[in-house]
Design a protein around this ligand. Structure first.
Ligand code: COI
Length: 356
């Protein structure tokens, strides 16, 4: 259990009004959590302090070799004023796996969750309450040794910041257009694709810029070897409804194990909707489309929630899905997951955790 020190601000910032539009990740709350690590001393000095710039040497290892990890979570306000987190244990466990892969010292699950709760409690007045909004939580670790050789750092900072957010995509819950990338790849088995780390996201930028110039919001990645198996979108995992069945690529070492992905699979099983985690190729998708059996496509993610896909472009083929409209299952999953998150739908699978 962490012995957290509090150094809170006296003068608080102005918060956005309930009717102000919230975009994603531009406003930050009054406070942040920070804790340091040093080999031989372990994680120490956990504290909640004013949100502020951090001071690092230009030689800090994170700037040169990218030894860093991050997580994405959200806090929600219920109608009766409670503050809820959604499956925080899953983020804490995934952070441990990411840290192992990147040679970053592990943060025990209970300490990670305690730190998140402590910060959210201090800044809970920042949780927006309008439908579709929440308080985004960004925990991250950076390597801070001032050193230019390549090896794991001996010092780190674990920081958590908070940001009141609206929808991740400008489209909101309206379907997005996605470009299937067949040139660059995001990750390969044995690489760092299943770790939540900046390197996977910087690898996606060139394709994202290209897709955006063509009017597409995101890129769908294929596997790095055969260039035919569907992997993920980068900012979200991907699901297809084909002939009544929900299919998502099986986790294979290069796909991020999303918390919303796992929750969609759990809900489908709970509802007795056929759901399969398996390899699926872009050829299978195109064939299903041509046969009129590609009924829905949607992405899942903490930031993206459930994001319907209205159009998939692969080579010269433009596949318009469900006439570009949100599908029945996408809507039901969105309503159920967001409903559970804000306490409006019964939490049948015990996913929410109250911050007290
Ligand atoms: C999240 O969904 O929380 C992520 O970390 C994805 C990121 C692109 C915003």
């Amino acid at each position: 259990m962490l012995d957290i020190r509090y150094e809170l601000r006296e003068e608080l910032k102005e918060r956005p009004g309930e009717d102000d539009p919230l975009s994603f990740g531009t406003i930050f709350t009054d406070h942040m959590f920070i804790m340091n690590y040093e080999t031989g001393k372990g994680w120490h000095d956990p504290r909640v302090i004013s949100y502020q710039p951090i001071s690092l040497e230009p030689s800090a290892m994170v700037f040169h070799y990218g030894q860093e990890m991050f997580e994405g979570m959200k806090a929600y306000k219920t109608e009766d004023g409670r503050t809820l987190l959604f499956r925080p244990d899953m983020n804490a466990k995934r952070a441990i796996n990411t840290n192992r892969r990147l040679c970053i010292p592990e943060i025990p699950e209970e300490d990670f969750v305690q730190a998140v709760k402590a910060l959210v409690k201090v800044d809970e007045a920042w949780i927006p309450e309008k439908p579709g909004t929440s308080l985004y939580i960004r925990p991250f670790v950076i390597a801070t040794d001032p050193f230019l050789g390549v090896r794991p750092s001996d010092t780190y900072m674990f920081i958590i910041i908070l940001s009141p957010v609206g929808a991740y995509y400008k489209e909101g819950i309206n379907p997005v257009k996605i470009w299937v990338e067949d040139d660059y790849v995001r990750a390969v088995k044995g690489g760092i694709g299943e770790a939540k780390t900046g390197g996977n996201y910087v690898a996606s930028l060139a394709s994202q810029v290209k897709a955006s110039e063509e009017g597409y919001s995101q890129v769908l990645w294929l596997d790095g070897i055969e260039r035919k198996y569907i992997e993920e979108v980068g900012s979200m995992n991907i699901f297809f409804k084909i002939d009544g069945k929900i299919i998502t690529p099986k986790l294979n070492g290069s796909i991020l194990p999303g918390v919303t992905r796992a929750s969609v699979i759990d809900l489908c099983k709970h509802w007795n909707i056929p759901v399969e985690e398996r390899q699926i190729t872009i050829y299978d998708i195109y064939e299903a489309y041509q046969a009129g059996k590609l009924e829905e496509v949607f992405g899942t993610g903490t930031a993206a929630v459930i994001s319907p896909v209205g159009c998939l472009r692969w080579e010269d083929h433009v596949m318009v899905i469900n006439e570009g409209k949100i599908g029945e299952y996408s809507q039901k999953l969105y309503d159920t997951i967001t409903g559970i998150q804000v306490g409006k739908v019964e939490d049948i699978l015990n996913w929410t955790v109250e911050v007290k």
